[in-house]
Write a protein that binds this ligand. Structure first.
Ligand code: TRP
Length: 342
């Protein structure tokens, strides 16, 4: 049975979300998910999983990268205001029930189904795996279904690209329940961010942990300035008087994401399109916004980074709590499916 969390508020939902610890978190994570996690923790029962096992599915040759980023990512969470009193932060590899569930769920889907997943297909192309795709990588959506169901989560805040994974997870839930004849597992809903994905500063692709096109949460004022200066705009907008293009212009994508004054942004777009508005004016406006957004985060980050023992204790405490939750789910699933339990 799902636990009763808060009897006087039936709107309390269980939220599970996670990140692969493969690099520092950046502004793309901030607008895409971190900001909403800080709000969600006020009203809901939230778990955040540092998905180090999933990170290995495409970094098996580089365990140091994953190991070194575990505490960095937790430090990022704390710096943006995720409060360990309200959100349980936990480590995937220290929750063996998740791996056991994943192993069971592998039998509730097919290789053909996994190969059809559009997100996985494009990730395989992007990483150049072709037929050498690690089996763990092809199956990581199954392990993600285990992540979500292990916590009996109702809501999963993720980027749009994760929608096919939510669909698969719900399919697995249905199959398990059909087989057990009970409501063993709960269906979940994806909670998709309204902000479109933030592009990288080079305008070539989305902002990414692994490439140098990102502005990380701990960036120094100089790094922020340099990143804004080199931001891709409209290469055909040479003189201030030239008409400019807003679409695909990274500075405008950022203003859309960070500038609260939507009317002013609309006016700036109109001015830019008509000609007479220089890139430098826009970049200065954006830099000011980013400097004031990131200054307190950077300061908090420094404070937590100076106390790795504390960061570790947050992760340890959250993981211990999660161990109980996830092993209860595993027991229930095995019992409902009629497995031999020693
Ligand atoms: N696949 C997610 C990403 O790359 C990370 C993740 C792992 C996750 N487990 C999860 C997200 C469970 C939501 C729920 O961003």
């Amino acid at each position: 049975m799902a636990q009763v969390i808060n009897t006087d508020n039936s709107n309390v939902r269980t939220i599970l979300t996670g990140d692969r610890p493969t690099g520092r978190l950046h502004l793309g994570h901030f607008v895409g998910s971190l900001k909403s996690r800080v709000q969600l923790q006020e009203k809901h029962r939230q778990f955040i999983l540092v998905a180090d096992m999933q990170a290995l599915t495409d970094n098996n040759g580089n365990p140091a990268k994953v190991r070194e980023n575990v505490l960095e990512v937790v430090t990022d969470y704390l710096a943006v205001g995720i409060d360990p009193q309200r959100t349980t932060i936990c480590l995937q590899s220290a929750l063996p029930a998740i791996s056991e569930l994943a192993m069971l769920y592998l039998n509730f889907t097919t290789v053909a189904r996994l190969e059809r997943n559009p997100t996985i297909r494009s990730e395989i192309v992007h990483r150049g795996f072709e037929r050498s795709v690690p089996a763990g990588f092809l199956c990581y959506p199954v392990s993600q279904a285990a992540d979500i169901t292990a916590f009996d989560a109702d809501l999963v805040p993720v980027g749009e690209d994760q929608a096919p994974l939510i669909e698969l997870a719900n399919e697995i839930v249905t199959r398990v329940n059909n087989q057990s004849g009970k409501s063993t597992l709960k269906n979940m809903e994806g909670l998709y961010s309204e902000t479109p994905r933030l592009p990288g500063v080079d305008g070539k692709s989305k902002m990414s942990k692994s490439s140098s096109n990102s502005i990380t949460l701990g960036s120094s004022p100089e790094e922020i300035r340099a990143a804004v200066r080199q931001m891709y705009t409209d290469p055909k907008h040479i003189r201030v008087s030239d008409p400019g293009t807003v679409e695909g212009n990274v500075v405008f994508s950022f203003l859309d994401a960070f500038d609260q004054d939507k009317n002013e942004v609309d006016a700036l777009k109109e001015h830019y399109r008509a000609g007479g508005l220089g890139d430098m004016v826009l970049k200065r406006r954006l830099e000011d916004l980013l400097q004031s957004l990131l200054e307190p985060i950077r300061e908090q980050r420094k404070r937590f980074a100076a106390d790795p023992e504390y960061v570790l204790s947050v992760l340890r405490t959250g993981t211990e709590k999660s161990r109980d939750v996830t092993s209860e789910t595993l027991c229930r699933v095995r019992k409902d499916l009629g497995h031999f339990i020693l």
